[in-house]
Design a protein around this ligand. Sequence first.
Ligand code: GLY
Ligand code: MN
Ligand code: MN
Length: 453
Amino acid sequence: MLTETKMEELSGEVFERRRRRLMDEIGDGGVAIVVGPPMQNRSNDTDFPYRPSSDVLYLTGFREPEAVLLFAPGHDEGEFVMFVPERDEKKEQWEGRRAGPEGAVDRFGADAAFGLEELDEELPKWLEGREKLYYTLGSDKKFDRKVINWTQTLRHRRDGIPRVPGTVVDLRDLLHLARLRKSEEELELLRRACEISSEAHILAMKYCRPGMYEYELQALVEYHFRRSGGEFPAYSSIVGSGDNATILHYTDNRGPIGDGEVVLIDAGCEYQFYAGDITRSFPANGKFTPAQRDIYQAVLEAQKAAIDDLEPGLTYEQLQSNTHRRLTESLVDLGLLEGSVDELLEEKEYRAYYPHSIGHPLGVDVHDVGVMREDEDDDFELLQGMVLTIEPGIYVPADDESAPEEMRGVGVRIEDDVLITSDASENFTISCPKEVDEIEELVGSGDPSALKI
Ligand code: GLY
Ligand code: MN
Ligand code: MN
C-alpha cells in the first residue's frame, strides 16, 4: 500500500529556462524585483516554518528565507541578481546551512549576488537607466516602502540625471501567465503530489473507525505526506465529521467521529513545492444511510459530469453554470430546494447548499495563479496544460430546519485534480476511490492493530 519513497528535483536548466522567458518579456528597458515573504514570529525566539514565495521557488528553487531576486536584462554587471542571507558560522550552527552570495552564484545561477544587508547599497544600481519596474505592490508593505525610497533617491540625485523607472507594472501579469500552463517537468511533480495525496486519503479511509477523533485521521494523512518526501501539507488539512463537514474550511479537527456520520477530508501534499488537493467524503462506519447516499450520488454525478465537460476552449463560466444546473436539479430531487429549476438558477438558490466555485488552478500554490472566482467578471477559456481542481459539494447544516431531517448535518465534497489535455482531460487523482461501493468496501478495512506502535 505504501509506495517506495522517491525524490525528484527540478534541474537548474528548468529554472534557467523560466528566467530566460521572464527576461525576454521584461526586455532591455525593464527591471523586475521578486521578493519573498518575511519570516513570521510564532512566540519569543521561535518562528513559524518558512515557506518561500511561490514566485521565488518557481524561478530559482531557492528555499532560504527572505531572498530577493532582481532581473535586469542586458545589464553589464549581471542580469540576474540574488540577495540572500549572509553566511554566518554561528547562526548556521543554530538555524541551518546557508548558500550565501557565493552559493547563489555557483548553485543557483545568479550572475551576481549579495547579502541581504547590502540590499540598500546595491539594489538601486540596477534600477538606474531602466524605464519600467515590474514589481507587485501590496504584498509586503515594508518592502514597498524600500522600493519607493530607492526610486525617489535616484530621482533626486544631482549628479547627472539617470532615468529611473517611471512606470510600475504588476510582475504577476508576466510571470503568472507562464505559471498557468504547466511544463512536462511540472506535470511530473504534480502527478507525484497527487499520487501521494491519493495514498494518504486511502490510508485514512482504511483506518477510520467511529469513536476516533478527527485529528487522528489528520495525523495519518500528514504522516503519509511526510514519509513520502512531501515538504508540508499544501494547505491546512480539513478533517470534519458530521456537522463539521458542512464548514467549508474547517481546520479545528478536534471533534469525535460519530457512528453514522459522514467524514469529509480535504487534504493535499506539497511535493517539491507542487500541491495536491483532494477531497473525499465517506461514512465513518463504512455504510452510507440512504439519505447520505443520495446526497453523495448527486455530488458524484455532478463531479464526474464536470470532468467530462473539460476540454480546451471551454469557458470557466460554462463549466460553472453546467454544474449549477446539475446540482440545482439534484437539490430539487433531494427535497432541499423547491420550485422550477430555471427560477431557482436565476435566484442562485443553490448557494444555500453549494456556496463555493467548481474549482481552481493548481500548481506551486494550491490556489494557483489565475484563481477563478464566481463573482469576478473575468471569464477564462481553459487551456491545454492547465491543471484544475473539480470539487462540487452539498452541505446541509445541522440547524437547517427547512431540510429533511435525515439530511441535516451532512457535508459532502468530492475533489479531483485534472490536467486539461489537447482534447479532454487527465485525472491525476483517479486512483483515490470515489464510487459508493468502493468507498464502503475500503472504509474500516484496515486492521487497527497496525496503527499501534
Ligand atoms: N482545500 C481548499 C480547496 O479545496 O480549495
Ligand atoms: Mn481541497
Ligand atoms: Mn481545491
